[in-house]
Structure formats: structure tokens, C-alpha cells
Ligand binder design. Structure first.
Ligand code: DOR
Ligand code: ZN
Length: 358
């Protein structure tokens, strides 16, 4: 039986760090395991300009330096945030090209207006941003998409499929050279769509969508800490996601979508969407991959496919994971000022833990 695994150090291709005291509390958690992370721009106000992205990167840098000095680990010193711009109907193509050319951003994020947390300034119609997308295709800039339609008449469980049929499919045909990441894919339809494309199309998958389906969230009581967007789907979709993640296909890679909200804003009559999984992502992934005898595919999914898609070098450091005989005790929450954030509960005992990053 395998009880130790050494892989190239992973990256997180979809992460919410927030700002201020929340960021100070969570950045060190990610930096302990991950070398780089694509940082989502859905702040209030959002990160819409090159100057915003520069300033946000500087705040992240400052926060993780502070975190690394208090945690005292060597790993945190090498964390690199990869910045994104938040696409709006008003985004100027020249701003995006300049921010990318100057090395400030690595991608642009498209939120359909109203799709999720802090998406009010998002895109109302693809036609409004076509000039930006054309400039991105010409300049080899990656577009990250939150793939859900926002029309109120569409059922929440169908929103990814309808988005793919109505928006992503046509966009893919209109701009074949644009490099697109369908963020946090959650459905069979989404996986099939990615696999049907011949080039320039990939998807991230979250640990929670690999571990859970909608029954975990809704049977026997409603569990607000499992509420996220896109919402958890049926078990058949979960199975398809596990097959995609563990199958070695380079078009699928890790994006945790670790999205911290304080417990009080989630345990509420109208709770926020988001799962804070940064502390135990690698334990969860090892668990999921081992369950389908695919531990040999974990490195590709967590540490190689994403970097290759983003055309960035692979990390040089390695991460060692060990499997223990008794369940790993993860912290159940982290403190954020006077409040706390609840850590993702995978619902099953985990035996793998990160031993070291070297
Ligand atoms: O669950 C989610 N939380 N999904 C998103 O798309 C956004 C995120 C957040 O920012 O909280
Ligand atoms: Zn997200």
C-alpha cells in the first residue's frame, strides 16, 4: 500500500484571497502549500484596471510577508500571486493588453452580471466585450469564465449547461484562438464540452465538487458551508468530474475556488456562496485520487496541467504527502479578527496530509 507520495509543488488556478484582515488571515494558508495562485478579482470595488491589479498584488505581497513571519515557514516566502482583471461592459481592450504586456496580469475573469458573489459589475452581454476578447485572442491572454447563465427563469441546477449552449459554445466558434478556462466545471455537459474542443479550452475543478454532490448539502438538513456557486450537482455529475480530474487529461486542472466568508455570513437566512478549502485541499485530492486508484495522476492535475495551459514554467519544488493510519485532524476554523471562517468539512475521514514542501 502506498503511504507516501512526492509530487511537484502544486499551484491553485482559482483562488479568492479577499482583502484586508480576511486576506491577512487566509493568504498564509494557501502559501504553505501552493507556489502560485490565480487571484480572483471580485473585490468591492472590483479589480478593473492595471493600477488596481498592481495595488492589489502589492497588498497581497505585504499580507503574506506578514503571515510568513508569524507562521515562520520557509514556504510562504516564495508564494506568487498571479493577478487577473475583472471584465466589465466598459473594459478598454488597450487596458487589458497593457496590463498583460507589462506582466501585471496573467488572465481576465468574466463574471456574467449577477452570477455570484460581487458580480454586479460583470458582463451583461458577450457582444459588449467582443472587442476586448478579440484583443485577448490576438495577444494570447487567457479568459477565465464563470460559466453560468443568470436569466432568472433558468433553474439553478441548469445554469452551467444553458451557459455553455447559449454563450460559451458560440464564443468558442467565434474566437477559436482565444484561450479559455471554464472555471469550476460542475456538470457532465461541461466535461463533455471541454473534451469535444480541439484546442485552447480547459477547465478547473474544485476539491468540493469532487468530494460532494447535492445530497451532501441538502439531505438531513441544509448545510450552508457546502453552498457554493456553481451549486453542487447530482452524484452522476460528481462521478464525471472525478473521472475527468483523475483521468490524466491535460485540459483539467486544480482551481480550488477557496472562497472564505465569515461563519456569520454563511450561517444566515440568506447565506453567502463559497467553500474555504485552502487548508485541506491536498488531503482531499489525495483521498479522491486514491479512491479510484489514480494517485499517479495527482501531480498532473495539481501541479502540471495548469502551468502548461497558462504557458508558465513548472515549479521546481516538491511536496511530500504521507498517509497515516488514523484520520488527520485539520483545524475546523480559522480566526479572522473577531469572527471566524469555517474550514471545508469533506464529510469523510482523511488520512493523507502534507508533510513538507522542499
Ligand atoms: O462559491 C463561490 N464563491 N462561487 C463563486 O463563484 C464566487 C465565490 C466567492 O467569491 O465567494
Ligand atoms: Zn471563484
Amino acid at each position: 500500500m502506498t503511504n507516501r507520495l512526492t509530487i511537484r509543488q502544486p499551484d491553485d488556478w482559482h483562488l479568492h484571497l479577499r482583502d484586508g484582515v480576511m486576506m491577512e488571515s487566509v493568504v498564509g494558508v494557501t502559501a504553505q502549500h501552493f507556489c502560485r495562485a490565480i487571484i480572483m478579482p471580485n473585490l468591492v470595488p472590483p479589480v478593473v484596471s492595471e493600477a488596481d491589479a498592481r495595488a492589489y498584488a502589492a497588498r497581497i505581497e505585504q499580507a503574506y510577508r506578514k503571515a510568513s513571519s508569524s507562521v515562520g515557514t520557509a514556504n510562504t516566502a516564495t508564494f506568487t500571486p498571479l493577478m487577473t482583471l475583472y471584465l466589465t461592459d466598459q473594459t478598454d481592450p488597450a487596458e487589458v493588453v497593457s496590463a498583460y504586456g507589462n506582466g501585471v496580469i496573467k488572465a481576465v475573469k468574466l463574471y456574467p452580471a449577477g452570477a455570484t458573489t460581487n458580480s454586479a459589475s460583470g458582463v451583461t452581454s458577450i457582444d459588449n466585450v467582443m472587442p476586448v476578447l478579440e484583443a485577448m485572442a490576438e495577444n494570447n491572454i487567457v479568459l477565465c469564465i464563470h460559466g453560468e447563465i443568470t436569466r432568472t427563469s433558468v433553474d439553478i441546477f441548469d445554469r452551467e449547461k444553458v451557459f455553455i449552449d447559449e454563450v460559451l459554445g458560440p464564443l468558442r466558434q467565434r474566437l477559436p484562438e482565444l484561450r479559455i478556462v471554464l472555471e469550476h466545471v460542475t456538470t457532465e455537459h461541461g466535461v463533455d464540452f471541454i473534451q469535444a474542443q480541439s484546442k485552447n479550452t480547459a477547465a478547473t475543478i474544485t476539491p468540493h465538487h469532487l468530494m460532494l454532490n447535492r445530497n451532501h448539502m441538502l439531505v438531513g438538513g441544509i448545510r450552508p458551508h457546502y453552498y457554493c456557486l456553481p451549486i453542487l450537482k447530482r452524484a452522476a455529475h460528481q462521478k464525471k468530474l472525478v473521472a475527468a480530474a483523475t483521468g490524466g487529461d491535460p485540459r483539467f486542472f486544480l482551481g480550488t475556488d477557496s472562497a472564505p466568508h465569515t461563519a456569520s455570513t454563511k450561517e444566515s437566512a440568506c447565506g453567502c456562496a463559497g467553500v474555504f478549502n485552502a487548508p485541506n485541499t491536498m488531503s482531499v485530492l489525495a483521498h479522491v485520487f486514491e479512491a479510484v486508484q489514480a494517485l499517479d495522476k495527482l501531480e498532473g492535475f495539481a501541479s502540471e496541467h495548469g502551468a502548461n495551459f497558462y504557458q508558465l514554467p513548472l515549479n521546481n519544488r516538491t511536496m511530500s504527502l504521507v498517509k497515516q493510519n488514523t484520520p488527520v485532524q485539520h483545524a475546523e476554523q480559522i480566526q479572522v479578527g473577531a469572527e471566524h471562517v469555517v474550514v471545508f468539512d469533506p464529510g469523510e475521514p482523511l488520512y493523507w496530509s502534507v508533510e513538507s514542501v522542499n
